[in-house]
Write a protein that binds this ligand. Structure first.
Ligand code: SF4
Length: 463
């Protein structure tokens, strides 16, 4: 996605480890580093030495927050970690995660990937000063349950509170001795269980975070399941029956790392299949197929392989662009795209280009990127998009709740093509996109492309 600052930000990444043989904070640092793409605003680690929990969190990237000194100050063999992009609650230190609460003798920490849609209902009547996000509401409800019917039992509190939550959630939770994972009954956001060679257990949003700590994938946490990891191993509790399966299809389009697997499907291969399907559906006479790096690379490779048109690089991405660049002047903002991308003039000049992009959300930076290619001498630009038009807001963990900012909700395909300055524009049809992800029908959320919300959004009409 070239959208950069105007595209959707990823939701969040969660990680947890319980391994008596290894320093948990260091492993969590590595896991969060592998999940950095899911959230770049803040990061945090909560660690337990078996008797007490300590938390360190801050604004910024994992690698800028944590150094050896800070990790050494977090001793223990169990930890959870979180990388955040704000979907509910402001981008501020107080909303960084993990969040933590005391309830009687119980102290617990929690990290959340996803977004709840009934936060207002859940928080009704509460006046807690420390509630700034949906994750804080969950922590407050757990604390209430611990002090009430759950009688100090964190697992009982979870199984009482989780069925009240609506929307998307993959949680990592811990008290002083147990690591816990939970996934919503629709399975919107991924959550994996892995095992270290040393015998330890790991939870992570994506499989590359398991790879980086030397853990192998055991399985995904099932929708509606809680897993509790203690000295005796892994215990599974189904807290709610699985409901209409709704894994976010945009995980395959853009969010997840290409070197990972989701629902048993390789992400890189799925993106290549989308590119092949797009070439069959919307062919074009051209000299070169090029991606808008990085997430569109496998799709462009697939398009080139299917069409027989040469694959090449037309844009180079600055690999050090980490956080969103906020330029202080209009002129610098106009040039911001050049900080992220630069054209390879020799590869572009005089050529008829197929430019493959994974998705178009707000399109401001994409428009500037098209201008960059024109300035480099592109003869024709045929934009091909690996997903269906993004017309509806996501309320399950991507920050696209303002529908008026979604270009496909206000313009036709022809108007978008003209707005972007392309010679032609085609989106992959939704059924083709889903078949490219998996030949098995169903099982995915497509709400941002169809308006068919698996969990109804309170107060929203989809007509
Ligand atoms: Fe994913 Fe779109 Fe569904 Fe949000 S609305 S969970 S981005 S498929």
């Amino acid at each position: 996605m070239a959208d950069g600052s105007d595209g959707p930000k990823e939701a969040c990444g969660v990680f947890g480890v319980r391994d008596p043989q290894q320093p948990a904070a260091h492993l969590t640092y590595l896991g969060l580093f592998a999940l950095q793409h899911r959230g770049q605003e803040s990061a945090g680690i909560a660690v337990s030495d078996g008797t007490k929990i300590m938390i360190d969190k801050d604004m910024g990237l994992v690698s800028t927050i944590f150094d050896e000194h800070r990790l050494q100050a977090l001793p223990g063999t169990m930890a959870i970690g979180h990388t955040r992009y704000a979907t509910t609650g402001a981008s501020a230190w107080c909303n960084a995660q993990p969040v933590a609460r005391h309830a009687g003798d119980v102290f617990f920490a929690l990290g959340h990937n996803g977004n709840l849609v009934n936060t207002t209902e859940l928080a009704a009547g509460r006046h807690d000063a420390d509630i700034g996000s949906d994750s804080d509401v969950v922590a407050a409800l757990l604390a209430d349950a611990l002090a009430g019917d759950a009688d100090g039992d964190l697992i009982a509190a979870l199984t009482a509170v989780l069925p009240r939550l609506r929307g998307a959630y993959s949680f990592v939770v811990m008290d002083e001795t147990r690591l816990i994972g939970a996934r919503d009954p629709h399975g919107f956001r991924p959550l994996f269980l892995g095992r270290c060679e040393t015998g330890g257990w790991v939870l992570a949003s994506e499989t590359p975070a398991l790879d980086v700590v030397g853990a192998r994938v055991v399985r995904e946490i099932d929708p509606g399941e809680v897993v509790v990891i203690d000295d005796d191993g892994v215990h599974s509790i189904q807290f709610a029956p699985p409901q209409r399966r709704a894994l976010c299809s945009f995980e395959f389009v853009y969010i997840a790392r290409p070197d990972g697997r989701l629902a048993g499907i390789g992400v890189h291969a799925a993106r290549r299949r989308m590119g092949r399907a797009l070439a069959r559906q919307s062919p074009v006479d051209a000299d070169m197929v090029m991606p808008i790096p990085d997430s569109s690379i496998p799709g462009a490779q697939g398009y080139a392989a299917e069409s027989g048109i040469e694959y090449g690089d037309g844009l180079i991405k600055n690999r050090y662009i980490g956080r969103t660049f906020i330029a202080p002047t209009q002129q610098l903002r106009d040039n911001a795209v050049r900080i992220k991308f630069n054209a390879i003039d020799d590869n572009v000049a005089g050529k008829k280009l197929v430019v493959v992009e994974d998705s178009i959300v707000r399109a401001t930076t994409l428009r500037a990127t098209m201008r960059l290619l024109r300035d480099a001498g592109a003869a024709e630009i045929h934009l091909r998009v690996l997903s269906a038009p993004y017309r509806w807001s996501c309320f399950y963990g991507l920050d696209t709740s303002d529908r008026s900012k979604l270009i496909a909700s206000t313009m036709s395909v022809e108007q978008i093509c003209e707005h972007l300055g392309a010679d032609s524009l085609a989106y992959l049809e939704l059924d083709q996109m889903l078949t490219a992800i998996s030949p098995e029908p169903g099982g995915f959320c497509t709400a941002c492309m169809t308006g068919d919300y698996p969990v109804p959004i309170p107060g929203m009409s989809t007509t």
